[in-house]
Design a protein around this ligand. Sequence first.
Ligand SMILES: NC(=O)C1=CN([C@@H]2O[C@H](COP(=O)(O)OP(=O)(O)OC[C@H]3O[C@@H](n4cnc5c(N)ncnc54)[C@H](OP(=O)(O)O)[C@@H]3O)[C@@H](O)[C@H]2O)[C@@H](O)CC1
Ligand SMILES: Nc1ncnc2c1ncn2[C@@H]1O[C@H](COP(=O)(O)OP(=O)(O)O)[C@@H](O)[C@H]1O
Ligand SMILES: [K+]
Length: 494
Amino acid sequence: MIGLYTAEEVRAAEAPLLAATAEGALMQRAAAGLASVCGRLLGAVYGRRVALLVGSGNNGGDALFAGARLAGRGARVTAVLLDPERAHPAGLSALRRSGGRVLAASDPAAPPLIGRADLVLDGMLGIGGRGGLRRDAVELTWAAAGGAGIAVAVDVPSGIDASTGEVDGVAFPAMHTVTFGAVKRGLVVGEGRGHAGQVHLVEIGLGHHLPVATAWQLTDADVAARLEPPSAGDDKYSQGVVGVLAGSATYPGAAVLCTGAALRTRPGLVRYAGGAADGVRAAWPEALVTEGGPGDAGRVQAWVVGPGGGTDEGARAVLAEVLATDLPVLVDADALTLLAREPELVRRRSAPTVLTPHDREFERFGTPVGTDRIGAARRLAADLGAVVLLKGDATVVADPGGTTFVNGTGTADLATAGTGDVLSGIAGAVLATQGTTGLDTAEAAAVAAHLHGRAGRLAARRGPLIAGDLVRRLPEAVGHVCGVPPALLGDSQA
Ligand SMILES: NC(=O)C1=CN([C@@H]2O[C@H](COP(=O)(O)OP(=O)(O)OC[C@H]3O[C@@H](n4cnc5c(N)ncnc54)[C@H](OP(=O)(O)O)[C@@H]3O)[C@@H](O)[C@H]2O)[C@@H](O)CC1
Ligand SMILES: Nc1ncnc2c1ncn2[C@@H]1O[C@H](COP(=O)(O)OP(=O)(O)O)[C@@H](O)[C@H]1O
Ligand SMILES: [K+]
């Protein structure tokens, strides 16, 4: 798992390390790692044009020392200084000694020079940035955005809040971010994610000074370790039975998608109960189907309730019935609307509950999501005593104790109707295996979000995706995270 940190946590960890190392040593480690990534991105360094955007703090110092190293390898490096009086003095001397040039940001030659550069290094603001970018920094950012060079952010893209990913106005649109010591949360969540591009972590020795993270990102290997393939002693009941309560006779789509996604995540068995029984039977002969309610479905190890289920009295009764059980329940869509009216239904539960709101559903519980998505998910989870999976570009999963997962596999291709129903089915199937895997509830939800995003990426390779494509790609997504070659995956290639 990749630990995700706030700017304050990183600063606190840096203090003892700074005290224990020679002056400037950490910045040299940072600059060496930064120059090495830039060298790799450029391919050949000799003769290439590099523009450094340099602010008045240590972030600018990193850029200047990295620029000096690139100049030493023959690059034509020019530093553009936001505040020439306050630019890092040692960094500036190092750059000049290596043959680098220096311009003030106010110099009319600066924007065209940035536009022509092969690589632009954004060292304007790091974790010391506060509020929106000032005017001169905005102008340099526009010049970089309009140019053809590789845009690389030093530590964090200037203009994003390193802890929340909030962007107040303009932020540097990086293709790559070289971050030091620890991955800052703002690089993977909120608007920051869209500005960071590919994140490269450079070790500077911060490791054991960092606290245990409270926010994490799962890798493919982490997810593979949390999935249990069937073994010789298994039967259809021992690998988890999911109950799906979704859709209606008029709107069978959500039921078909949710049931299909649950099946394709490969628990032992999927049961469906509700008004879309005919549609589900026709689409999924593998499911056990009844027109009745949860009590008619038979035994399950986890329920999914809500997608396309409506908000009438009957739907409310179904929700109350499953929330009164001691089984894991995933509450989505219409059932979230009902639950927002009666949050006590979940507060009094002791069994695992996962709520999967998008932003508008989240707001029904009282407050809008706002710009701090991790903070928002944690607050609602603590308030309700349930795991909250807040959907979005980077889906955030928080448990009532504050442990949080930020999904890294999401793609904007998922922004299409029905993909949320698919996520519910996947998550229901993972929750149903908790009895055998012992998987923590928030981790189960995070595993589901990871697989959902992977399926989205695989489906999007073949062109614009619709929700049903995600269901078809699920076996391939599971195979991908577990390292199984697609050729061995049978009908997911269809
Ligand atoms: N500590 C370490 O061990 C290591 C730290 N490292 C590096 O240091 C970075 C942190 O450096 P930092 O603390 O100097 O802050 P930094 O991000 O450069 O910005 C502060 C300057 O920006 C200015 N400014 C603020 N807001 C602004 C705005 N909106 N728009 C425009 N300007 C604004 C503010 O100016 P002022 O407000 O005073 O006018 C101040 O001068 C960190 O991200 C990493 O890269 C690495 O070398 C590894 C070792
Ligand atoms: N821009 C985006 N980038 C990544 N994922 C997205 C984006 N927009 C939506 N998604 C994902 O698509 C799914 C949409 O769910 P939802 O809004 O409930 O749709 P529906 O109700 O139509 O099924 C969620 O998993 C969400 O995280
Ligand atoms: K920066």
